[in-house]
Design a binder for this molecule. Structure first.
Ligand SMILES: C[S@@+](CC[C@H](N)C(=O)[O-])C[C@H]1O[C@@H](n2cnc3c(N)ncnc32)[C@H](O)[C@@H]1O
Length: 243
């Protein structure tokens, strides 16, 4: 018990170790999360299929190991995508690069090992068609300022495509208050082992607060917490938010 407490205390003060631990854990978890969120990822990315532009500029913030690239690659009616993957975690960034190199050359790929806000600082106002985030806005340190930056760089009518887990949304029953309470209580420990991820963020409100309009769908998913046979209930909100 004391060892666990010391380890968590060490992670609390040592940011780099927290990210290094996440770089080791995440590649084990990512497959379970992706297979349980195929529907939601496909749903938000379908917007690209309806876009008739000759070329689309899409920035993915927090691309992780590149899980979404396989989904983007399968879109049939998209002419040309200029995809930029931004991923600050070195271990995950290397896996992202591996995945990009195996994919369809009809898409133009670029990557950056920066934090989202740091990358977007250098991007011109009103210059991006789409930004994609999946399970990222739960863990960015500076959620509000990153969302403002996303809003700034998107073209008028441009879209933030997102699949995010959030604070449980059902107001009605006692069980939902218990669930929300657990999300709040577990977050301080969870954020240490899960790369800063917070279970109780009201991300839909945050997206709207910077000016986007959005009416997301909601769903519960249950990825397995490998290597343990434990299911993690995650309330999701997903959809597109328009500038
Ligand atoms: C839970 S993973 C999700 C990865 C991927 N989007 C997916 O759906 O599989 C969260 C990712 O966000 C990245 N991340 C955390 N803070 C970030 C920030 N400020 N800017 C960009 N990426 C960030 C992490 O390094 C990690 O790759």
């Amino acid at each position: 018990m004391l060892l666990i407490a010391l380890f968590l205390g060490f992670l609390y003060v040592h940011d780099e170790s927290k990210h290094a631990l996440f770089g080791k854990l995440w590649p084990r978890l990512t497959n379970s999360l992706t297979t349980r969120t195929v529907l939601q990822r496909n749903a938000v990315l379908q917007v690209l299929n309806g876009d008739n532009s000759d070329s689309i500029k899409l920035i993915e913030i927090g691309a992780g190991t590149g899980e979404n690239i396989a989904f983007i690659d399968k879109l049939e009616n998209v002419a040309k995508i200029n995809y930029i993957g931004v991923e600050p975690n070195e271990a995950l960034y290397n896996l992202l690069l591996n995945r990009i190199h195996t994919l369809n050359p009809k898409f133009k790929y670029e990557t950056s090992m920066k934090f989202g806000g740091e990358y977007l600082n250098r991007v011109a106002d009103n210059s991006v068609d789409y930004i994609l985030t999946t399970f990222v806005l739960c863990s960015v340190d500076e959620q509000q300022s990153l969302l403002k930056e996303m809003y700034r760089v998107l073209k008028p009518g441009g879209k933030l495509l997102y699949v995010e887990h959030v604070l449980y949304y059902d107001e009605a029953r006692l069980a939902s208050h218990i669930f929300k309470g657990l999300q709040i209580v577990l977050t301080p420990i969870w954020r240490l082992i899960a790369g800063g991820c917070e279970l109780h963020r009201d991300t839909e409100s945050a997206i709207k607060s910077v000016g986007f309009s959005t009416s997301p769908q909601r769903e519960m998913v249950y990825p397995i917490l490998e290597p343990f046979p434990l299911y993690m209930p995650l309330p999701l909100k997903y959809g597109s938010a328009t500038k």
